[in-house]
Unconditional design. Structure first.
Length: 240
């Protein structure tokens, strides 16, 4: 099993990432991917792309080197009501939107506060993915929140790079995986790559899902038809 689309990647528009979109797509093609999403950091992060970056995403062609390029952002959850740091007029033009907790953009709070933030975020129709949910500093009420993702039009991310450096991410996501399987919640497996060299590198996340006997049909991006269906079921459908 491997992914066909990597829906969380960064380009040089985020200053601690090292590839242009052409380089990212070129390596994605080399690594056998059909699609990548370009999800640079939204303005609440220090290394974020300027807001003008997001205004101009329509200049990116749908296909580069034969790879479907979805334009979007990794937005920041900036308060415990679940608001994010890009306005609706920009979000509605995007193909794919990730929303994540980053300590640089929101002070880690209590389990209850994180839980409230996620429930608030779930009400935002423009968000597709809850990015890297696992770290210890942003724990939430897993048992209560995970089932709420079912039929929400949003996916829980298994973020491979997070497993390597965010404390608790891997262990907590093992528990989240079991809950997703139990409640039929769909997930997406992404690299969060910050350089062309590790686009599509998600083995550590796929291994974890295999270890818990995760149902493959709940992973939206390991099958192209399933992934296309997810895009067409979006709040604003995306044509592949
Ligand atoms: Zn992130
Ligand atoms: Zn990221």
């Amino acid at each position: 099993m491997n992914i066909v689309a990597d829906t969380h990647t960064h380009t040089i528009a985020s200053s601690h990432a090292y590839g242009t979109i052409i380089e990212m797509a070129t390596y994605a093609a080399k690594h056998g991917l059909s699609c990548i999403a370009m999800t640079d950091h939204a303005p609440a992060m220090d290394d974020a792309a300027h807001v003008w970056h997001f205004f101009n995403l329509h200049l990116i062609p749908n296909y580069i080197e034969g790879v479907r390029v979805l334009t979007g952002a990794e937005t920041n959850i900036i308060d415990y009501e679940g608001h994010i740091d890009l306005p609706e007029d920009l979000l509605k033009k995007m193909d794919w939107v990730v929303a994540s907790f980053h300590p640089e953009a929101i002070k880690p709070g209590t389990v209850e506060q994180h839980t409230e933030a996620i429930l608030g975020m779930l009400k935002n129709p423009y968000i597709d993915v809850f990015g890297h949910p696992g770290p210890n500093n942003f724990k939430f009420d897993y048992d209560y929140v995970v089932p709420k993702f079912k039929d929400s039009g949003k996916y829980i991310e298994f973020n491979a790079s997070s497993f390597t450096f965010r404390a608790g991410a891997k262990e907590n996501m093992r528990y989240v995986a079991k809950l997703c399987a139990k409640h039929g919640v769909e997930v997406v497996v992404n690299s969060d790559s910050h350089s062309p060299f590790n686009v599509g590198d998600v083995q550590i996340a796929l291994d974890l899902l295999r270890e818990v006997d995760f149902p493959p049909e709940l992973i939206i991006n390991t099958d192209l038809e399933r992934f296309k269906r997810a895009l067409s079921n979006r709040h604003i459908p995306v044509v592949y």
